[in-house]
Design a protein around this ligand. Structure first.
Ligand SMILES: [Fe+2]
Length: 489
């Protein structure tokens, strides 16, 4: 097998491997392509779907990794497909899937492989093309990470500032959201909602001779403002951040990049970053009102994709997050490794509480529970930025990938588990019952792959008891993905 600019070239061996992935009866099946677009009005349902549940759970997944000439190198670079489970309020559940019609996918289909540089997949480029792209970087619009609402629009996001607008009912692609690009070249697919101001708050990095972090807020695709900035010599890779009513909190992983290297190396984005544990994890609290850097702290090194929540405790600040021991998780999620089933890809993530005391520059840490946790979700609408009690997430346990669902009580550290033979569960999304009082009054929705059956189902759990109340059988296998949202109707 030969390597060209970090991209695996197509060989009989790699294509056979991809075919093989579709025949495997374990988690590896979740990384096989699923290029069929489907629409079903009413899925077979068992149990009672709550009639107050109206709207759609829309998830975005990497669904096409293999092309005529070559496969993408990393799971994060698979082409984005939307999947929607619709709830009419009469107990029925519909299903639809549709690719995002992105420039990245069109170019990949036309050229037989990734043609626009992604997270960890670089197109085969001549030296001339590389020099050209240095002056006019081509950023991918393969928005396969997360979804959100911005004003009246629904957008799919990755970590480039080119979100893709879509129709949450038909899943049709409506074009790019052009307004995000002015805040930086790299952003996160985990913006926070500020319900009081009607804004989406996000983080971006502008890379260059003088690099800068920026916290910014947008109320629509055309309206936006910068809240805070901070100069930085070697920017950190940050996948998410946290907010409280007073603060925006950046958590700098000790995975950092020399911006010049990023511009000149010709390597895919993440391959330019270096793990420097000696830096520790640096946390910065910016005042959201004034933009002033309030204070910074340092913690012993770890790597974080996802914050869980944050809140103020008097003058102290508390941040909960999923901590990996180091950044090797990124390599473990390379497509070839996932499809081969080598390694335990997610076992390192611990739910960790950081306490940032007002009188100290050092964060104190403790584990929230004795269980591994990733893809965390909370009762976001009522608890984000505030004291809270429950987090839901995916967990591997003894398995080789996220398999089961857990609910952790962060007050007492206890947890409950949902698990089933052959089941591989995706991110659990909490949907509150309208007018419910308790924090966990609602349902948890998760798309689960039954590896033995070779198909997926939508699991509905009572969020309080964590017991199944209903499931709806999808007509086929929904590939594993990252994030989704429930959009009420
Ligand atoms: Fe994420």
């Amino acid at each position: 097998m030969s390597i060209v600019s970090g991209t695996r070239t197509a060989t009989a061996e790699s294509m056979a491997e991809a075919d093989d992935a579709t025949r495997r009866r374990d988690h590896r099946l979740g990384f096989a392509d699923q290029t069929e677009e489907v629409r079903v009005d009413a899925l077979p349902v068992s149990g009672d779907v709550p009639t107050w549940l109206r709207g759609g759970l829309v998830r975005v997944t990497p669904a096409q990794m293999d092309f005529d000439q070559r496969s993408v190198s990393h799971w994060f670079d698979g082409m984005a497909m939307l999947n929607r489970f619709g709830f009419a309020g009469d107990g029925s559940v519909s299903y639809a899937s549709r690719f995002l019609d992105t420039d990245a996918r069109k170019a990949a289909l036309a050229s037989g492989g990734a043609a626009i540089s992604g997270f960890a997949t670089d197109p085969c480029r001549s030296l001339f093309q590389r020099v050209q792209s240095l002056f006019s970087p081509e950023l991918t619009d393969n928005a396969n990470v997360n979804l959100t609402r911005l004003g009246d629009e629904y957008i799919a996001m990755t970590e480039t500032p080119i979100p893709v607008r879509f129709d949450p009912e038909t899943l049709a692609t409506l074009g790019h959201d052009e307004g995000a690009a002015r805040f930086g070249q790299i952003t996160t697919a985990h913006p926070h909602h500020d319900p009081e101001r009607g804004e989406l708050v996000n983080f971006a990095a502008q890379l260059g001779a003088k690099s800068e972090y920026r916290i910014y807020a947008r109320s629509s695709s055309t309206e936006g403002r910068t809240l805070a900035t901070m100069g930085v010599r070697e920017p950190s890779y940050m996948h998410s951040f946290a907010i409280t009513p007073r603060y925006a909190l950046l958590i700098e992983n000790p995975l950092v990049v020399n911006p010049l290297r990023l511009a000149l190396s010709g390597k895919a984005f993440i391959h330019n970053y270096r793990w420097k544990p000696e830096l520790g994890v640096r946390i910065h609290a910016f005042d959201r009102e004034t933009g002033v850097l309030h204070r910074s702290w340092v913690a012993d090194p770890f790597f974080v994709f996802h914050t869980i929540n944050a809140f103020e405790d008097g003058e102290d600040i508390v941040i909960d997050l999923c901590a990996h021991e180091d950044a090797s998780i990124i390599e473990l999620l390379e497509l070839e490794k996932l499809r081969a089933g080598s390694g335990h890809a997610v076992l390192g993530a611990r739910p960790l509480r950081l306490t940032l005391a007002a009188g100290s520059g050092v964060a104190s840490t403790r584990e929230l529970a004795d269980v591994d946790l990733e893809l965390p979700r909370i009762a976001y609408r009522t608890r984000n930025g505030l004291p809270y009690r429950y987090v839901y997430g995916g967990s591997a346990g003894e398995a080789a990938f996220l398999k089961r669902l857990v609910k952790i009580d962060v007050e007492d550290g206890s947890h409950v588990v949902w698990d089933e033979p052959n089941a591989w569960a995706g991110e659990p999304v909490f949907v509150p019952r309208p007018d419910g009082d308790a924090e966990d009054d609602g349902v948890v929705l998760s798309v689960v792959m039954d590896a033995e059956a070779g198909s997926s189902f939508l699991l509905m759990l009572d969020a309080q008891t964590f017991e199944e109340i209903a499931r709806a059988e999808a007509p086929h296998r929904v590939p594993f993905g990252f994030h989704g949202q429930f959009f009420g109707s």
